[in-house]
Write a new protein. Structure first.
Ligand code: 3HC
Ligand code: NAI
Length: 711
């Protein structure tokens, strides 16, 4: 018998258990084991019914993504053909009950839908998240799902990739019963009851009751494609999955499944799936930090104290309260606390209006947030996160006090975006427990958390904050303690290059359009207006940027600040803003740019979108190569994770470093060298970029090499 699939008979029911940790992915061994066990149970006269259940924390979480990755790069078979296994399950005379807990995702849900019945625990979730990997279901999911839940819901699930909970699944008819208590026992009871009924048991693929007529289909398909275009801009898989679902209605089952398989294979070999699979593993790779074993001890974090009830403090408080933690917010005055709490409440009100939370869930969260002037409440905290003004003297004063009042084992974190963690840690007697936790605004929404490692930060502190990030539902990326860390350090050359481009002849709107067409969530000028044009102004002064002799300085940004055009908060920045906060190109800014360029003797010309992308994105990549070489980022894949989760870089391009690999480092290096000759020293190629290009290598290979050395 196979190790990963075992079978035992309970009260006349064969219980087939899949045990392939960590998530029971559908490896070839699992599929073989399942096939053998199902066939044996079908032919065993002592068996009246069959239950399939997952061992450990979940049912089957899908095809093995490592196999898909190999296939995307032209090696291996990828997702094995499941057709024979699924037909064996569905065509057998004895009822097969799929017992779901944890997640039944992708190929996991596809297996479940081939069963005659499905039962689940209340906390189970089911979905077809393949679009997140740039593919569509490849084991007949696009054909069976609409037969169980209808075309409209199937499209929604497959296009968004979002799983649904057991209660909704029951209502839709995706599952037949919810089991309270022990799943396997409940499933066996259900199977015994079903086995007493005369067959045949329902075969999903033969059902047509939920499929629409051919006349009713076109508007559903049209709406599905609109949803795909709107929610998954520029991506192929979400549109293609609608085509596959359409085939479930327009073609006989067997032709529909063949069509699905054809689309699946085309997509898995495409660029977007390579990139999205890279992002999947990159996000999970960030928690693997050399020197910190997977089972490193982590301190329990139950209570978090937050110092400063401003924009960031409030957002961090919400992120913690949403994760079930107790929060104590401190500020200097009762008025500051009241304003801060007011902002938190109004943000929660918006969430209720948008249907994200129920009023009860909000009340529960608010019940976990406590406020107090002074540092008294800090003593109870396992973790303190400081989010006061960005000022070193103030932060040192706060940390000295925190070190005095916090309990000895508590971790002290700063949310600074620019300051030196080691200097902050130096005023405490627990530098090993001091760390940067750089949240991104709005902190309750943005997934990225840069975890800044100081010279003395201990492995246990890092392990604890990595696990804390996960608890908040965030992606924690460990970065070095250098100005701007990873994200902002790379953003500056990118942002300033965009500003030089407009001085050289492009408009902010043209630059932003080229960037959003490329896939960026927002254009860089819109970003600057949102963050505050004055924020970068202050950073320019603090970090003493552009101090090298002969360095080209951006001219217009300073003038905007002098005019009080700070961006969205003043209604004007690079753009004008109305009530809807949509950027409106402003002729006043265009004239300012033209006059400034003229006064500086700049010869203006027009730029193609391609040139705009090269000037901006290649600046990002070149700086990324420096960040990597200096060890501020541990891996190119970490940089990609930072940019995809914190800066709106399109996941379907894999992040800036992955994108660079796909363009080809030789080509990037060639353009960077050309810009260096034409535009000056700010474009000096990063030595690592030059070396990898010369060697015909990639950042992906660089990561693999570093991992080999660390092993
Ligand atoms: N294949 C291979 N490895 C997988 C995997 C999969 N389908 N799903 C998760 N893993 C691995 C992760 O890489 C990670 O490995 P690591 O510990 O070495 O880093 C480990 O399992 C745990 O994963 P998470 O850290 O993500 O654990 P969580 O508990 O946070 O989440 C999960 C669990 C919800 C199952 C999440 O891992 C997930 O969403 N997985 C992907 C599910 C998916 O996309 N399924 C569809 C696959 S495509 C498919 O099925 C095609 C089919 O139609 C033919
Ligand atoms: P903010 O100005 O909105 O809030 C700061 C709060 O700290 C105020 O409520 C103030 O009263 C309080 N405060 C000042 N001194 C204090 C003290 N001694 N004790 C307790 N509270 C005190 O500032 P914001 O934007 O929330 O920034 C906070 C920190 O987060 C800064 O270090 C900033 O660089 C960083 N950051 C800001 C981001 C942003 O987008 N705003 C993004 C990431 C980091």
């Amino acid at each position: 018998m196979s190790d990963v699939v075992t079978s035992a008979i309970h009260e006349g029911i064969a219980v087939i258990t899949i045990n392939n940790p960590p998530v029971n992915a559908l490896s070839p061994e699992v599929i073989d084991g399942l096939t053998v066990s199902i066939a044996a149970a079908q032919s065993d006269p002592a068996v009246n019914g069959i239950v399939v259940v997952g061992a450990g924390r979940t049912f089957i979480a899908g095809a093995d993504i490592k196999g898909l990755d190999a296939m995307a790069w032209g090696a291996g078979e990828g997702a094995p053909d499941m057709h024979d296994a699924l037909t064996l399950i569905e065509d057998g005379p004895k009822p097969v009950v799929m017992a779901l807990h944890g997640t039944a995702l992708g190929g996991g849900l596809e297996v479940a839908m081939a069963g005659h019945y499905r039962v689940a625990v209340p906390g189970a979730a089911m979905g077809q998240p393949e679009v997140n990997l740039g593919i569509i279901p490849g084991a007949e999911g696009t054909q069976r799902l609409p037969r169980l839940v209808g075309v409209e819901k199937a499209i929604e699930m497959c296009v968004t990739g979002k799983p649904i909970k057991a209660s909704e699944a029951l209502q839709l008819g995706l599952i037949d019963h919810i089991v309270d208590g022990d799943l396997a026992a409940g499933a066996v009871r259900f199977a015994r009851e079903i086995a007493t009924r005369s067959g045949p048991h329902p075969k999903t693929r033969e059902r047509t009751d939920k499929l629409p007529s051919l006349e009713a289909l076109p508007p559903l398909i049209h709406a599905g494609k609109e949803l795909a275009r709107k929610t998954r801009r520029n991506q192929h898989a979400p549109l293609a999955v609608v085509d596959a679902i359409e085939a479930a209605v327009t073609l006989p089952y067997d032709q529909g499944r063949v069509r699905e398989r054809g689309i699946f294979f085309d997509l898995v070999k495409g660029e977007q799936s390579k990139a999205l699979i890279h992002v999947f593993f990159a996000e999970r790779g960030v928690s693997k930090v050399p020197g910190i074993p997977k089972d490193a001890p982590v301190a329990a974090i139950n209570t978090v104290a937050i110092i400063g009830a401003g924009t960031m403090g409030g957002g961090i408080a919400m992120a913690c309260a949403n994760a079930g933690l107790t929060v104590q917010i401190t500020d200097t005055t009762a008025a500051a606390l009241e304003t801060g709490l007011g902002r938190i409440k109004s943000n929660y009100d918006t969430s209720v209006k948008r249907g994200r939370f129920t009023p009860e869930a909000v009340a529960e969260r608010l019940g976990r947030i406590h406020t107090q002037v002074g540092y008294e409440g800090v003593a109870a905290a396992d973790l303190v996160i400081e989010a006061v003004f960005e000022n070193m003297a103030l932060k040192k004063q706060v940390f000295a006090e925190l070190d005095r009042v916090a309990k000895p084992g508590a971790l002290l974190a700063t949310n600074t975006s620019t300051l030196d963690i080691d200097q902050i840690a130096s005023v405490t007697a627990r530098a090993e427990r001091v760390v940067g936790l750089h949240f991104f605004s709005p902190a309750n929404i943005m997934r990225l958390l840069e975890i800044v490692r100081g010279a003395a930060t201990s492995p246990e502190t890092l392990a604890t904050t990595l696990s804390f990030a996960k608890r908040l539902g965030k992606v924690g990326v460990v970065v070095g303690n250098a100005p701007g860390f990873v994200g902002n350090r790379m953003m500056f050359p990118y942002m300033y290059e965009a500003q030089f481009l407009v001085e050289d002849g492009a408009t902010p709107e043209q630059v932003d359009r080229a960037l959003t067409d490329f896939g960026m969530a927002m254009g860089i000028f819109a970003v600057d207006d949102m963050a505050g044009v004055d924020v970068a102004w202050r950073v320019r002064q603090e970090l003493n940027q552009f101090s090298e002799p002969g360095a080209r300085k951006p001219l217009v940004a300073d003038q905007l600040c002098e005019m009080g055009r700070f961006g969205q908060k003043t209604g004007r920045g690079w753009y004008r803003y109305g009530d809807d906060r949509k950027p409106i190109p402003d002729p006043e800014v265009l004239s300012l740019i033209e006059e400034t360029a003229k006064a500086a003797g700049i010869q203006r010309r027009s730029f193609t979108p391609e040139e705009i992308i090269e000037r901006t994105i290649y600046a990002l990549i070149n700086e990324g190569a420096r960040v990597l070489e200096e060890g501020v980022a541990l891996r190119a894949a970490d940089i990609d994770t930072v940019y995809v989760n914190g800066y709106g870089f399109p996941a379907y391009r894999g992040g800036p470093m992955f994108y660079a690999d796909r363009v080809g480092l030789e080509k990037i290096q060639g353009r960077v060298s050309q810009f260096h000759r034409e535009l000056g020293d700010r474009w000096a190629p990063a030595p690592l970029l030059a070396r990898l290009a010369r060697e015909g290598s990639t950042f992906r290979q660089f990561d693999a090499e570093r991992a080999r050395q660390a092993a």
